[in-house]
Design a protein around this ligand. Structure first.
Ligand SMILES: Nc1ncnc2c1ncn2[C@@H]1O[C@H](COP(=O)(O)OP(=O)(O)O)[C@@H](O)[C@H]1O
Ligand SMILES: [Mg+2]
Length: 282
């Protein structure tokens, strides 16, 4: 197992683990700890370069939004950082452990224990109750989940009373909260969300975002969320912008207005480039 070294520039908020460096020496916690660190991350699909050298730290206990035009590599970044996709180059460290070179088996175990993921489509199993859906990751890990642990996971997302309901009996917002409880039951080092509010109406979306924020503030849950909604991004501590598979600046303590202005600039830029490419083609 490769243990990642000192994480520069991470946040001090919610830091709970003592890290060790390559020599096994505890790293000075004042240096901050990145729950996820990517360096020189590249991912190509044939001729398409989805990620073109991304360096990012996601500090423990922080909430980061990832934004960028469609096709800029946001989903690919999340999938690589979560060990769901193998990068073409560069490194990913989660919770101080480098994913590269891990066997599929070890990677699966790490994903199951240390990484939570929620998607735009809630991906709940329709025939299972909320409680059974939430218990699934533990069952897959060969553990017998206690009723108390499942109930507590549902309580964390405000759904203790809905344990026996099936997905079809729940609203979209409630289904996403069940998916969150399922992602969080193993107490992962990081929660990833790829457009987790993309399928929800405005009011429900705000409820889910408020819950994500609360989990960060109350429990120090490191969270990384892709979104195209500036209001959603404003719930985060930081917004990272991607363009053409590269980091294109960031905003700290973002307001929805500042994020919208930055996105409009990026999309105008992308439009100008497309037009230029179009005029060459003509
Ligand atoms: N499995 C894949 N096969 C081929 N191309 C892909 C695949 N996944 C993503 N891409 C391409 O990589 C680029 C980045 O995609 P993606 O990460 O999904 O962007 P975003 O989430 O920002 O919209 C796009 O050009 C997309 O078409
Ligand atoms: Mg995407």
């Amino acid at each position: 197992m490769v243990v990642c070294g000192r994480a520069g520039g991470g946040s001090l908020v919610g830091m709970t683990r003592t890290q060790v460096d390559e020599a096994g020496t505890p790293v000075d916690e004042a240096a901050g700890f990145a729950a996820v660190r990517v360096r020189g991350l590249r991912r190509s699909y044939g001729d398409v370069v989805a990620l073109d050298g991304v360096d990012l730290d996601f500090g423990a206990g922080t909430f980061t939004a990832v934004m960028g035009p469609s096709g800029s590599g946001k989903s690919t970044l999340l999938q690589c950082a979560a060990g769901l996709d193998r990068p073409s180059g560069g490194t990913v460290c989660v919770d101080g452990v480098e994913l590269g070179g891990m066997s599929e088996r070890r990677l699966t175990l790490l994903r199951r224990e240390r990484i939570g993921f929620v998607f735009q489509a809630f991906n709940l199993l329709p025939s299972l109750t909320a409680a059974q859906n939430v218990a699934l990751p533990l069952r897959l890990a060969g553990r017998r989940p206690s009723r108390g642990a499942v109930r507590q996971a549902l309580a964390r997302v405000g759904l203790a009373e809905r344990a026996g309901h099936r997905p079809a009996q729940l609203s979209g917002g409630q289904q996403q909260r069940v998916a969150l409880a399922r992602a969080l039951i193993t107490r992962p080092a990081v929660l990833f969300g790829d457009e987790p509010t993309g399928a929800l109406d405005t009011t429900t979306s705000r409820e889910v975002l408020g819950l994500l924020r609360e989990l960060v503030d109350r429990e120090g849950q490191t969270t990384v969320m892709v979104t195209h909604d500036p209001v959603a991004a404003s719930y985060a501590d930081r917004v990272v912008f991607l363009v053409d598979g590269r980091v294109h600046g960031e905003l700290a303590r973002p307001s929805a207005e500042a994020v919208a202005a930055r996105m409009a600039g990026l999309e105008r830029g992308a439009g100008v480039l497309e037009q230029a490419a179009g005029s060459v083609a003509c």
